[in-house]
Design a protein around this ligand. Structure first.
Ligand SMILES: Cc1cc2nc3c(=O)[nH]c(=O)nc-3n(C[C@H](O)[C@H](O)[C@H](O)COP(=O)(O)OP(=O)(O)OC[C@H]3O[C@@H](n4cnc5c(N)ncnc54)[C@H](O)[C@@H]3O)c2cc1C
Length: 462
């Protein structure tokens, strides 16, 4: 037995010392992780960004082609078991894909609608027949997926949906209702739809666009994300086979909320990717834009803004990778001692995520991640102390990882404003934090930019 497990109770995670080996950071990414990041970057650079204008004119044939390419590159299969065409990798891998694909926000939305909102609920809650029928084609990008929960009157209050599901004498279902703001709605083939059986029992269904009575409304004119499809999905006496109930009748909230929790976690990764892109764009512009005879990058206020953007992105990155590490450790530990559902990885995953659920919050930015992180940490998670690569990694990076760990904890506990105040405590500088590593990382954000950046001190963030 190579693990020693402890149960964390209450808020003890805030007070107890946790070794750096137990905090996952991007510095611990494996070669496989890095390859995944590189593959995603190359795909975005060569196939998505040059075609952004076409996507923004709603060229959904192109979107389909790009989804197919994602399938070929294995980007949909990170958390899908191999027998359904996936790669069955850890949560960190899927976070990496999310982070790097977000360099194109529009296409990241398309990708997320498929990977996080359609493939994932089938992995977690599908029957064997449903998995065999839908997953291989969704993972290969041959089918496009979507998730239809929201309605005109039910957004945050998702379980207030009015869509009705009526069981027919032959066991099949008839669905009536209208779903709103559905990502990939304009060209999706397979849609996870939520409705109420007998007006009461909230239930998930796998609905194919080709089923009679299913259609998409017109494209929404959004304020942004113009290259992603957002439509209503109209269910007018839509015919759904008996075997297409996803999960249990009356337990649709489990499907809906677990899916959203994972979507939120991945959206956190996408937010980091978006921030990184924004920092690069801002730094490049600040370096080339001149006022009063100087690049504006030389002015204190602009330096301050770039520095603060970098510091906040660093804190968010620390938070999401730590969260990914906690989920992976919890899954590994739970599977190891068989404490939850023996042998079935997907069920174990559902159990872990169920305990993380509190309220749906779709936005997935730092605030919701902070809450996810808090929920995860409150959950009496088995804390695995591994002898293996974690400890070896830690040997070279104790200062750096302790810094990240404390940043993550403080950020999670008190919010970004107080975080920066607390972070300036002298003991922090003298102790766990190694300001040099922070500055090096900040400077790396500007790599390739012709800009003389003075490494900023944390103290400068007042
Ligand atoms: C680009 C885009 C893509 C989308 N894709 C999908 C999709 O694929 N599938 C899908 O099902 N839906 C999708 N949606 C819908 C999205 O999930 C909803 O917008 C979301 O659930 C929030 O609902 P709402 O917009 O109706 O806001 P509301 O629920 O009306 O909330 C409005 C505001 O009130 C706040 N609020 C609500 N309740 C409370 C409370 N109890 N306490 C404090 N504040 C509260 C909210 O935080 C928010 O700031 C998409 C939306 C957009 C913009």
């Amino acid at each position: 037995m190579d693990t020693v497990s402890e149960v964390r109770k209450g808020g003890s995670w805030l007070l107890e010392d946790v070794g750096p080996s137990e905090v996952f950071t991007p510095e611990k990414l494996s070669d496989e992780h890095r390859l995944m990041a590189q593959t995603t970057d190359e795909f975005i650079d060569t196939e998505v960004l040059p075609n952004l204008d076409r996507l923004e004119t709603k060229d959904w044939e192109l979107a389909r082609t790009l989804i197919r390419r994602c399938g070929e590159l294995g980007l949909f299969g990170t958390n899908v078991p191999e027998q359904y065409g996936g790669l069955d990798l850890d949560k960190v891998s899927s976070l990496i894909v999310a982070e790097h694909i977000a360099r194109s926000a529009s296409f990241a939305t398309t990708y997320g609608g498929q990977a996080n909102l359609c493939i994932l609920p089938i992995v977690l809650f599908g029957t064997e027949a449903q998995k065999q029928k839908y997953l291989p084609k969704l993972v290969a990008g041959e089918l496009v997926g979507a998730y239809a929960l929201s309605e005109s009157g039910s957004g945050s209050d998702a379980l207030a949906a009015r869509t009705q599901a009526t069981r027919e004498p032959d066991g099949s279902w008839t669905l009536n209702g209208e779903k709103m703001w559905i990502t990939n709605g304009g060209f999706a083939d397979v849609i996870i739809v939520f409705g109420k059986v007998d007006g009461e029992h909230f239930t998930a269904f796998i609905v194919e666009k080709s089923f009679p009575g299913v259609s998409a409304g017109k494209e929404e004119h959004k304020m942004g994300l113009h290259g992603s499809s957002t439509t209503s999905i109209i269910l007018q006496d839509a015919k759904v086979p008996a075997e297409n109930v996803l999960g249990e009748i009356g337990k649709g909230h489990k499907v809906a909320l677990n899916t959203l929790n994972f979507g939120r976690f991945k959206l956190g990764g996408m937010s980091v990717g978006g921030c990184r892109t924004a920092i690069g764009d801002a730094a490049r512009y600040a370096a080339q834009r001149k006022q009063f005879g100087h690049p504006i990058a030389g002015f204190g206020a602009i330096k301050h803004k770039l520095g603060e953007m970098t510091a906040r992105t660093y804190a968010m990155e620390s938070l999401i990778y730590r969260t990914a590490g906690l989920i992976d450790a919890a899954l590994a530990d739970t599977a190891h001692d068989g404490a939850a559902v023996a042998g079935d990885h997907a069920d174990v995953e559902a159990v872990v995520l169920l305990r993380v659920v509190e309220q749906p919050d779709h936005l997935g930015h730092a605030a919701s991640l902070r809450r996810l992180h808090l929920q995860l940490a409150r959950f009496p998670l088995r804390q695995a102390r591994r002898v293996g690569h974690h400890d070896r990694d830690a040997a070279g990076g104790v200062g750096r990882n302790a810094h990240r760990h404390r940043l993550g904890d403080l950020f999670a506990a008190v919010g970004p404003q107080q975080h920066f105040q607390i972070d300036r405590r002298p003991s922090f500088h003298a102790g766990a934090i190694h300001p040099g590593s922070f500055q090096r990382r900040a400077a790396r954000q500007f790599a390739g930019v012709d800009l003389e950046v003075e490494p900023f001190e944390l103290d400068a963030l007042e």
